[in-house]
Write a protein that binds this ligand. Structure first.
Ligand code: KG4
Ligand code: ZN
Length: 344
């Protein structure tokens, strides 16, 4: 491989409710276009059938825009990387079919990417003032579908040390928000209200879960009963206390996450710790992790905000890393709804 030769990879992400395309050149993002599907907000969650239809409408303009913004011609592309899974089957099919057709039309290689590896490896996107993790490191991977502590020994050697036994942490945020009457996705709204509230105003019991695993379904039920009881006594309870309720919920969730993360660091003796996935956009999680640099001597890695929630930049970086290893797929590659972070 000639070191300085520009390698252009187009990344395509369509696993859930964001249609995204990005162009990366030698690890540096040139464009990262995201069309977020607003339609799901009024349904209180992602409606799979509507998601795949919206992907079909968005995919061509989003890819065109990504190529245009990167200021290249599609003929300059060296490979197409796409999300193979995990995700919603109908949504994945739109991105994977498009990627396959484009790779045929341009006669360039196809690279299948595991969405979860994308979240983790987004840390390797070339960014000014952003240090890349050194191996091995631990990654708290937190999104709408996942909550895991992963040990990353090298780009494609990942081991799940612990994971949720029921709901993902993103679901805990979104379902709590729904109970409070906030629209989907509620995670960012809880974060916003929490900034103005008292985290110790209300106390929610933390679950007792074995090993490095998590559980969030009990918390959701506890919040539901608490809100039902309080609104019975005072119908305007939520409105009057929204900031304190959100701060208290967020405080509990953050404690649950960091209790286990600290345990993982103690057990593995690995003090290099990263966060990844949509929930890593949470301001409190970012603040607490950063504070452990001084408090506990950890070296921490916090992704740039735009690479936390679903985006094709993270798919493009995995595409680039696989390209360097000649790790290509072919037209027979199929989308898959289930795929673990340690599966390629
Ligand atoms: O990674 P992602 O974009 O999609 C999945 O692959 O699931 O994660 C989406 C999740 C949603 O549950 C959303 O509420 C949550 O990330 N989220 C947040 C914040 N921003 C996004 N949760 C808490 N605080 C935030 N600031
Ligand atoms: Zn995701």
């Amino acid at each position: 491989m000639i070191k300085n030769k520009p390698i252009y990879i187009l990344g395509i992400e369509s696993s859930c409710d964001d249609t995204s395309a990005a162009v990366i050149c030698n690890g540096k993002i040139l464009s990262n276009v995201i069309a977020t599907q607003e339609i799901h907000a009024k349904y209180g969650g992602v409606v799979p059938e509507l998601a795949s239809r919206a992907h079909q409408q968005n995919i061509v303009p989003v890819i065109q825009q990504a190529i245009q913004q990167a200021n290249i011609d599609k003929k300059d592309l060296n490979a197409i990387a796409f999300t193979r899974g995990p995700g919603l089957m109908g949504s994945l099919l739109v991105g994977s079919s498009f990627a396959k057709s484009l790779s045929l039309a341009l006669n360039i290689p196809l690279i299948a990417v595991n969405h979860m590896q994308g979240h983790v490896l987004a840390h390797f996107i070339e960014e000014e003032k952003q240090q890349k993790p050194s191996f091995p490191f631990l990654c708290l991977t937190i999104s709408g579908g996942h909550t895991q502590i992963v040990k990353i020994s090298n780009y494609f050697k990942m081991e799940i040390l612990g994971e949720t036994l029921d709901d993902a942490v993103g679901e805990a945020f979104d379902k709590s928000a729904k109970i409070l009457g906030l629209p989907y996705p509620g995670g960012p709204l809880i974060d916003k209200h929490a900034k103005k509230g008292n985290p110790k105003a209300f106390k929610f019991t933390k679950p007792k879960v074995d090993k490095l695993n998590f559980s969030f379904s009990g918390l959701k039920t506890a919040i539901l009963y608490f809100i039902q009881k309080k609104t019975k006594e005072n119908p305007t309870f939520i409105k009057e206390n929204i900031d304190d309720i959100c701060a208290s919920i967020q405080y509990t969730i953050v404690e649950i996450l960091f209790d286990k993360l600290k345990k993982a660091v103690n057990e593995t003796k690995i003090k290099h710790v990263a966060i990844a996935g949509g929930v890593s956009a949470n301001s409190e999680i970012r603040t607490v992790l950063k504070s452990y640099e001084e408090k506990l001597g950890w070296k921490t890695y916090i992704p740039k905000f735009e690479y936390t929630t679903d985006n094709a930049g993270m798919i493009a970086i995995v595409g680039y890393l696989k390209y360097l290893e000649d790790n290509f797929s072919n037209q027979k590659t199929t989308a898959t709804a289930r795929l673990k972070v340690n599966e390629n």
